[in-house]
Design a protein around this ligand. Sequence first.
Ligand code: PAF
Length: 283
Amino acid sequence: MKQFTHIAETADYLEIQREKDLMIGFVPTMGALHEGHLALIKRSLQENDITVCSIFVNPIQFNNNNDLANYPRTLSQDLKMLESCGCDVVFFPDTAEMYPDGETISFGLNFGTLDKVLEGQFRPGHFNGVAIVVKKLFDIVQPTHAYFGKKDFQQLAIIKHMVYAMGIPVEIIPCETIREVDGLAMSSRNTRLSPAERKLASGIYQTLLNVREKIGKTPVPELKEWAVKKIEENDGFRVEYFEIVDQESLMPMEDWTSRDRAVALVAVFVGDVRLIDNIELFS
Ligand code: PAF
């Protein structure tokens, strides 16, 4: 596995691969890798000639310094995991390499309502930071395919919009959320839960499954209220939002008229750990 920390050497190496007409699959990550990331890497390995993974904890997408400081960093373990699953290239720059001028510019791309709702309401600037780093990484790697998990449903929508609006020549491949045996969506943040919190956290997905059973039967506002109550029955759980939205515009639904486009999304504080999850209600 080739390991690079500098932009120029990564771009030069991949330029040579592109000249051989190879398909390049790309999995951007912030490290603290788990089976969810490995599923993206494995899919990319199957569908491309070369798979590139990036590991970079992107400071400008954190709107909370505590969250940035506490984000798990497990580089040497990550490198071992990537090596053993057959990843071809890993790029792990430091902050000065990615943002030499300490850049905090605004991206200037209009995401319409996509970045105003859900996460956008509670994490101002988050998607601007995500879009900036993903665009930079796409410029460096110039992948033919890029793999993103559906757990970050809104992030996926933002990236698809950016690629379309800017005409970036990459195919975005959405991948199913990988879950623990008890249903909890895999996340690097799960390692910060106490054993008791970890046990209760599976209730988030159970509630999403219950919500799916109730579509069309319970009115949307009532169902949202029910879901929030159900999750907050667990000690120390606080729901930041629970929304049922249109899968493309991400605008909240008031009734079930377009139920075949409905997705339920939730953000929950478990102690001071913020978890997100979602379920496609139409599938
Ligand atoms: O999903 C993530 O891990 C990050 O938001 C991403 C896409 C790697 C950008 O920093």
